[in-house]
Design a protein around this ligand. Structure first.
Ligand code: DOR
Ligand code: ZN
Length: 343
C-alpha cells in the first residue's frame, strides 16, 4: 500500500515573490502547496509605505493562478524615515502582518535599510504597543566582521539591545543559520521566534565552496559549518513552537546568479515540501513536520490554523532543473540527495 502523510496545509513565513513577469512565473509554485506566505518587501523600489504594500498586494492577487486559494501576508520595509502612524494604520486595517528590518547593505536590495538603529526606535515602540511583529535579517554589515560570524555578532550588537530597549516587541529572527541563533531563540520563552529555510537544513558551506564554486547554493545568510546545520535540523525537527518554516525562496535568473558578482538566493518553492519530508523522515521526526510547516507559525503570529490538509505520498518525485520565465531560466534548488515524497 502507498504510504502517505497528511498535514494541515502549510504556510511559508518568509517568501520572495518579486514583481511583474517573475511574480507571475514563480507564484504558482507557492500557491500549489501553501495557504499563506509572509511576502518580503525588498522590491526595487522597496515596499516602504502602506500605499506601496496595498498596491503590491493587489498585483499579487491579480497574478494568482485561477482557483488558487492563497493569502499574501504583506510586510513593510523598515527605513529610517518610516512613519509610525502609517505603520499603525496599515496594521489596524489588516493590510500588513509584519515589518521587515534589513540592516542597510546586508543583502539583495537592502540599500534603503537601517544604518542607525536609534532612528527606528519610535517605530519599534509603536510596533511593541500594537503587537506588530518585527522580522529581522540578522546580519551585521561591518566589513571588519567575517561573513560567517555576521549573524552571531548581530545578536549581540543589534538584536539583543533592541529587545532590551523594547521588551514587548515581538521579533522573528529570519532564516537563522547558526547554533548561536538557535540557542538565543531557545533562551527566550515568549515573543521571539525564528524561521528556518529548507536549504539551510540541507546544505553547509562545503556545498558552496568544495570542488568548485556553486553559485546556486549561495544565499544570505550564507550557509555555515556542518555543526550549525545540525543545530538547525534539531531545532526544526524538534517540534519546538519557536521554530517555523520560512523558505526564503528567492528566485534569480541564472544569468544573474552566474556572474562574477552573482545574486544571493535559492529558489526552493517548487520542491520545499518534498525536501522537508525527506529531512524529517531522515531524522525520525515526520510526526513533527506539521508543527514546523503548519502550526508554529500561525501560533506565533496569532493567526488561525489552516483548515484544509495536504497529503504527502511516498514515491519518487521528479522536479525539473529549472523553470522558464520571460526573464530567463531560474534554477530550482538541488537538495543533492534522492527524494521520496511527493506533495
Ligand atoms: O539569499 C537571499 N536572497 N537572502 C536574502 O536575504 C535576500 C534574498 C533575495 O531577495 O534574493
Ligand atoms: Zn529573504
Amino acid at each position: 500500500m502507498t504510504q502517505t502523510h497528511t498535514i494541515r496545509r502549510p504556510d511559508d513565513w518568509h517568501l520572495h515573490l518579486r514583481d511583474g513577469d517573475m511574480l507571475r512565473a514563480v507564484l504558482p509554485a507557492t500557491t500549489e502547496h501553501f495557504a499563506r506566505a509572509i511576502i518580503m518587501p525588498n522590491l526595487v523600489p522597496p515596499v516602504v509605505t502602506s500605499a506601496d504594500a496595498r498596491a503590491y498586494r493587489d498585483r499579487i492577487l491579480a497574478a494568482l493562478p485561477e482557483s488558487a486559494d492563497f493569502t499574501p501576508l504583506m510586510t513593510l520595509y523598515l527605513t529610517e524615515d518610516t512613519d509610525p502612524q502609517d505603520v499603525a494604520e496599515a496594521h489596524a486595517s489588516g493590510l500588513i502582518t509584519a515589518v521587515k528590518l534589513y540592516p542597510a547593505g546586508a543583502t539583495t536590495n537592502s540599500a534603503s535599510g537601517v544604518a542607525n538603529f536609534d532612528k527606528v526606535s519610535a517605530v519599534l515602540e509603536k510596533m511593541a504597543e500594537i503587537g506588530l511583529p518585527l522580522c529581522t535579517h540578522g546580519e551585521v554589515t561591518d566589513s571588519a566582521i567575517d561573513i560567517f560570524d555576521r549573524e552571531a555578532v548581530f545578536i549581540d550588537r543589534v538584536l539583543d539591545p533592541i529587545r532590551r530597549r523594547h521588551p514587548d516587541l515581538r521579533v522573528v529572527m529570519e532564516h537563522i543559520t547558526t547554533s548561536q541563533a538557535v540557542d538565543y531563540v531557545r533562551s527566550v520563552d515568549a515573543g521571539l521566534g525564528a524561521t528556518i529555510t529548507t536549504h539551510h537544513l540541507v546544505i553547509n558551506r562545503n556545498h558552496i565552496l568544495a570542488g568548485g564554486i556553486k553559485p546556486h547554493y549561495y544565499c544570505l545568510p550564507v550557509a555555515k559549518r556542518e555543526e550549525h546545520r545540525l543545530a538547525l535540523r534539531s531545532a526544526a525537527t524538534s517540534g519546538d513552537r519557536r521554530f517555523f518554516l520560512g523558505t526564503d525562496s528567492a528566485p534569480h535568473t541564472d544569468a544573474n546568479k552566474l556572474l562574477p558578482c552573482g545574486c544571493a538566493g535559492c529558489f526552493t518553492a517548487p520542491n520545499t515540501l518534498s525536501i522537508l519530508a525527506e529531512v524529517f523522515e531522515q531524522d525520525s521526526a515526520l510526526a513533527n513536520l506539521e508543527a514546523f510547516t503548519s502550526l508554529n507559525g500561525p501560533a506565533f503570529y496569532g493567526l488561525p490554523l489552516n483548515e484544509d490538509t495536504l497529503t504527502l505520498v511516498r514515491d519518487m518525485p521528479a522536479f525539473p532543473g529549472h523553470i522558464d520565465t520571460p526573464d530567463g531560466p531560474v534554477t530550482i534548488f538541488d537538495p543533492d540527495m534522492p527524494l521520496h515524497w511527493t506533495a
